[in-house]
Design a protein around this ligand. Sequence first.
Ligand code: FES
Length: 102
Amino acid sequence: MPFVKVATLAEVPSGRAKPVSVQGWQIALIRVNDHIHAIADCCPHKQLPLSPGLVAGCEIVCPWHAARFDITTGAVLGPPARSAVRTFQVQVVGDDVEVEVP
Ligand code: FES
């Protein structure tokens, strides 16, 4: 699957998610310990955007009903969500952030 440029490094802040749209996917880019992670910008609980959520360490809290997810794995850490959020592979080439899209 191809990697597609979605942002530059400077566009991905610390402490909050940057939403991007690529090839029909809504994705949240999140910087954790100088690594960029990409998760679906869609909470599996009610399919609402995760990107406005609070980022704390390697966790993001859904802004709608407070489900918590591990940004690095997508694993659900707290209810009411019961399933993991999808993750995407990320590579950084120079200053470009690229995501592998299906
Ligand atoms: S939509 Fe995320 S917890 Fe409900």
